[in-house]
Design a protein around this ligand. Structure first.
Ligand SMILES: [Zn+2]
Length: 395
């Protein structure tokens, strides 16, 4: 008899688990899923497709994003990162930004039955209702602005809706969290003017990548809510300045902003963060010992070999822990997704390797007791609130 009860409880639990899995699949299709940071444009650029007239994405590619995977995952509004490497000069960066925007427009044209551009949250909602995936754009690195504030309006008119103020190195705007040299001790004088101008024009200010001091300088003068387009809580990766400290998350919430959680293993798990840093150091030592160029294919291959050997990947639970932490700290009005898909190489968590996996996150949130309302906020409503608030400056 006891065995019978045990079996019955097991069956009930399995049933319940299956039910939640089904519910998460339905929810991911019925609700809009927005993502603050997907590096598809630069991936296509690296694949040499920048001048191709036709870029078909309606097949299962090797990348993290394509149309079949997006459909499976219920992804509706991935922000396309117009990524400008730190080494580019102003004019190189300006030209590259324009080429990458052209590329996104071309991707949309090439897949016009499935994809559409979007300049506002309402555009995304309309496209969603028409069964189309939106590709809004954000620029990662403000270097293409140069020292000309007019370029903010120029890029706004080209469709850019956020600018990540800097990337791996300090630029004319502010210091980077990755740069040991703190040229400005935060925001430069030009950066002050730029923040005000971005608020005026209606371009969201993205504080991912900036130094802590730059963040506090920006939030002091910002008149509109900020975004962190692809950052996670520093709690799980101590000393990793690229992520946000609890105090910064609290300040961001007071500003009514949103942190869009970066899914990368090194962003959500301390051991992964350390292990990948060790791999990078090992590869660098090997490169120098063997006299290879930094861009040499063999260097990338060496890195892949070590990653595959050590498998230092985080799990979906780590991503859920990051979401939980922000929720416990400031509530559910300030969280979203900023996966960094197509920008992380081989460092995504297990079972979260591409855009088809959002239902897994929703399933995890349901298992952790999040309501449908909360999940909708995390999937898009929080991010769209901030986007709309920034656009309002134009009226
Ligand atoms: Zn980035």
């Amino acid at each position: 008899m006891r065995n019978y009860y045990f079996l019955a409880i097991c069956l009930l639990l399995i049933n319940c688990k299956n039910e939640i899995r089904e519910k998460s699949k339905i929810l991911s299709q019925e609700t809009i899923i927005a993502d603050g940071h997907v590096d598809l444009p630069y991936r296509l650029y690296q694949e040499g497709l920048i001048n191709n007239n036709h870029i078909d994405l309606n097949y299962n590619t090797n990348g993290n994003f394509d149309i079949p995977k997006a459909k499976e995952g219920g992804l509706n509004s991935p922000f396309m990162s117009i990524y400008i490497p730190s080494e580019k000069t102003f004019s190189e960066g300006f030209d590259l930004a324009n080429s990458l925007i052209d590329l996104v427009e071309n991707v949309v044209k090439s897949n016009k039955d499935y994809l559409e551009l979007a300049l506002t949250p309402d555009d995304v909602i309309n496209n969603f209702n028409n069964g189309k995936i939106s590709l809004p754009m954000g620029m990662e690195n403000g270097s293409p602005i140069g020292e000309k504030l007019d370029n903010i309006k120029f890029f706004f008119d080209r469709g850019i809706r956020y600018i990540t103020l800097t990337h791996a190195k300090n630029n004319q705007i502010c210091d980077s969290s990755y740069d040991t040299d703190r040229k400005w001790n935060g925001l430069s004088e030009f950066g002050h003017d730029l923040v005000k101008e971005m608020n005026k024009v209606g371009v969201m200010i993205d504080i991912s990548h900036v130094s802590d001091k730059a963040f506090y300088d920006i939030i002091k003068i910002a008149k509109k809510p900020l975004i962190a387009s692809h950052s996670s809580p520093r709690k799980f990766t101590p000393n990793f300045e690229r992520n946000m400290s609890d105090d910064m998350i609290v300040e961001l919430a007071k500003n009514n902003g949103v942190i869009l959680i970066n899914f990368g293993s090194t962003f959500v798990n301390k051991n992964s963060n350390i292990a990948f840093a060790e791999i990078d150091n090992e590869v660098e030592k090997w490169r120098i010992d063997n006299n290879y160029d930094i861009d040499d294919k063999l260097v990338a291959e060496r890195r892949e070999i070590l990653i595959n050997e050590k498998k230092p990947f985080a799990s979906i639970d780590d991503v859920l822990d990051a979401i939980d932490h922000v929720n416990n700290l400031v509530g559910d009005n300030h969280i979203g997704f900023g996966s960094d898909f197509d920008g992380l190489g081989n460092s995504l968590p297990n079972n979260l390797k591409d855009v088809s996996k959002y239902p897994k996150i929703i399933e995890g949130l349901l298992n952790r007791g999040y309501s449908k309302e909360s999940i909708e906020k995390i999937c898009y409503k929080n991010f769209f609130r901030v986007w709309n608030a920034n656009l309002k400056t134009n009226n």
